[in-house]
Design a protein around this ligand. Structure first.
Ligand SMILES: Nc1ncnc2c1ncn2[C@@H]1O[C@H](COP(=O)(O)OP(=O)(O)OP(=O)(O)O)[C@@H](O)[C@H]1O
Ligand SMILES: [Mg+2]
Length: 265
């Protein structure tokens, strides 16, 4: 079974797409074969990789439970299932349909030798997110280190716990990724303490607020290609190494060297 990771948070604008796109790219840079599935009708992950799409192919695959249409990206090892506005109508169709497992069935039928599949979800608990949660084993929750951000995570945990009991018993919250972190603010440290208490050993290294991460989507490439020496690139490389150790259980001998290098910058 492919390793499938959903990047989820019901709160909008917290860094889901930025995290999904950039960990996908960092995993590809590490030599893994990665498929990024854009399940958001906003199509932000697709646009961030320079792909404009209406979402019709993805909608068709979901409706007919057939293989997903995969597009290559400008980054070697990173493929994309693009999305767009048409996917918004999936919710209407869903109201009349039977299950949350259509994406899982489509993924099973999609041929490819990917090591990891990453799903970018929209900020709602509708058809797209339910299907993503049913199709994955691992959940990553990007969170802004603010009071409202913490509240959003609590809601998300409650939703996933009920989902685990009813639909997908295999699902687990693998990581919480603090995004847009501003270490000079006191609230950052308060929220980090609260997160570490709620999720022992599951809080990843932080992703700092960084202008290169804001600019990269406009260039249609992940930050490791647009500004490879930026703080944003460093932070997502470190988060991906941390996730790789957890999900693939691999301790690359260079990991500690990279870690020391990054922390010394
Ligand atoms: N660490 C960061 N530093 C600077 N800007 C960031 C960072 N993370 C995300 N952003 C910017 O914040 C905005 C929202 O990020 P993003 O689109 O990843 O959030 P999202 O949770 O996917 O939003 P939505 O809920 O709408 O899907 C984007 O403009 C993005 O470029
Ligand atoms: Mg998004």
């Amino acid at each position: 079974m492919k390793k499938v990771v959903s990047v989820v948070n019901l709160k909008g604008g917290v860094g889901k797409t930025t995290t999904a796109v950039n960990i996908a790219a960092c995993w590809a840079e590490m030599g893994k074969k990665v498929l990024l599935v854009d399940m958001d009708p906003q199509g932000s992950a697709s646009i961030s990789l320079g792909v404009m799409n209406e979402g019709n192919e993805l909608l068709y695959s979901l409706k007919s439970s057939t293989a997903l249409t995969v597009t290559a990206t400008s980054m070697a090892g990173l493929d994309l299932v693009p999305s767009g506005m048409a996917l918004a109508t999936a919710g209407m169709w869903y109201a009349e349909s039977a299950g949350n497992d259509v994406l899982a069935r489509c993924l099973e039928k999609t041929e490819g030798d990917w090591d990891i599949v990453i799903i970018d979800c929209p900020p709602s608990l509708g058809f797209q997110t339910m299907n993503s949660l049913a199709a994955c084993q691992y959940v990553i929750i990007p969170v802004e280190t603010s009071f409202l951000g913490l509240n959003g995570v609590k809601q998300m945990v409650a939703a996933i716990e009920s989902f685990k009991m009813t639909i997908n018993p295999d699902i687990q919250i693998e990581a919480v990724v603090p995004c847009r972190a501003q270490r000079r603010r006191r609230v950052h440290w308060d929220i980090m303490d609260a997160l570490k208490e709620m999720f022992p050993r599951r809080v990843s290294p932080i992703v700092r607020e960084n202008v290169s991460l804001t600019e990269a989507p406009g260039r249609g490439k992940p930050v490791i290609l647009t500004d490879r020496l930026s703080k944003g690139a460093d932070d997502y490389r470190l988060v991906t190494l941390w996730l790789d150790e957890r999900i693939n259980g691999t301790e690359d001998p260079t990991v500690n060297q990279v870690r020391q290098l990054i922390s010394s910058i």
